[in-house]
Design a protein. Structure first.
Length: 311
């Protein structure tokens, strides 16, 4: 099969199109013909070698944890999928090697869900990792009916979904941080925009009124946003981050490392099919332009998602 892979860590140029063996189909594994692969910051972090302390890595290494596609074959213990089914998946495995930047990927059944019928393959490939992160983080800080929620980095891959999911979970107000150029976009998504940077705590206090605090914050950027978070919530246990585990735990907040979860992913797909969750794809790239996509994502200012398409 054709794939994009690396044999050494480093800059985007280490990624190159290669001909590699088709993946094996294990007993509880589904072989998926990839139609689109979502690009996530973790992909460039893996490319740079930053996750070597967390997972065993093997080369040639095909990056990518997000997929949408069509089932080609299913192992004998698979109960939920048959050849021809359209699926989405957050295909994180225990070892980093056989990712989704490829024509085929072997996906453990527990990583998959049916593809939402209202999303095309490109949109669907942008949903799993970012959507699950948003949902699992919002749930960890207990977002529910009547809450006022602050989403740091609300225009990004995770953030734009978190804004909408927070509303779906019952939040009455969602405030989102972004640069000025994304403020109208955040309003479209249902959030009240605020610029990030110096003075954020005061701007939020002015906006919310009363004691100047929100019920919960979720952080998708780290740095100053995370440092400011405890001052913005009434209860430190209701602020969370997916970016900086040690800092948020030291502050008494919640850390989430997103887990594959068929039930959660199915729920997100249903939300999309009800017209309550849109997945915005800023740009698509052909598979062999994966390096260019990662370079753009690494600059840190993508709106919504970047996705690779596989013919
Ligand atoms: N622990 C986990 O399981 C997990 C899961 C998913 C993601 N993550 C991490 O979470 C982070 C976000 O992921 P993502 O996919 O959403 O990334 P992304 O799509 O690359 O985020 C880009 C967005 O960040 C915004 N941004 C940049 N600097 C900002 C700042 N100082 N304050 C507020 N917003 C800012 C940009 O808005 P402007 O253009 O308006 O500046 C842009 O829209 C990454 O570090 C990723 O590795 C962790």
């Amino acid at each position: 099969m054709k794939a994009v892979a690396l044999t050494e860590f480093g800059d985007p140029e280490v990624l190159s199109p290669q001909e590699l063996p088709d993946p094996l189909v294990g007993p509880d594994t589904v072989l998926v013909e990839v139609r689109a692969a979502g690009v996530n910051p973790v992909d460039w972090k893996i490319r740079r070698g930053y996750l070597q302390g967390a997972f065993p890595h093997h080369t040639p290494l095909i990056p990518g944890w997000d997929v949408s596609g069509v089932v080609r074959a299913a192992g004998p213990a698979v109960t939920g999928y048959r050849p021809g089914d359209e699926v989405v998946g957050y295909v994180r495995k225990d070892h980093v090697q056989n990712g989704t930047y490829a024509e085929l990927v072997s996906a453990p059944e527990r990583t998959l869900a049916p593809k939402p019928s209202s999303l095309n393959f490109e949109q669907a490939a942008g949903l799993p990792l970012a959507g699950l992160t948003a949902l699992q983080m919002l749930r960890a800080v207990g977002v529910g009916e009547g809450d006022v929620v602050l989403v740091h980095a609300a225009a990004g891959g995770v953030g734009h979904l978190a804004v909408q999911i927070a509303r779906a979970l019952g939040a009455t107000r969602v405030i989102g941080t972004a640069s000025e150029q994304n403020h109208e976009y955040l309003r479209e998504l249902g959030a009240e925009p605020v610029s990030y940077g110096e003075g954020l705590v005061e701007r939020i206090a002015d906006l919310v009124g009363g004691d100047g605090k929100v019920d919960a914050t979720v952080d998708f950027v780290g740095g100053q946003a995370l440092s400011d978070s405890p001052a913005l919530v009434r209860d430190a246990a209701r602020h969370g981050s997916v970016v900086d585990a040690q800092s948020v735990l030291d502050q008494g907040g919640k850390y989430v490392f997103v887990r594959p979860d068929t039930r959660d992913l199915t729920w997100l797909g249903e939300l999309a099919d009800q017209g309550r969750l849109r997945v915005d794809v800023q740009r698509t790239f052909a598979l062999d332009q994966a390096a260019e996509a990662q370079r753009l994502l690494e600059e840190g200012h993508v709106r919504g998602k970047l996705v690779l398409t596989v013919p």
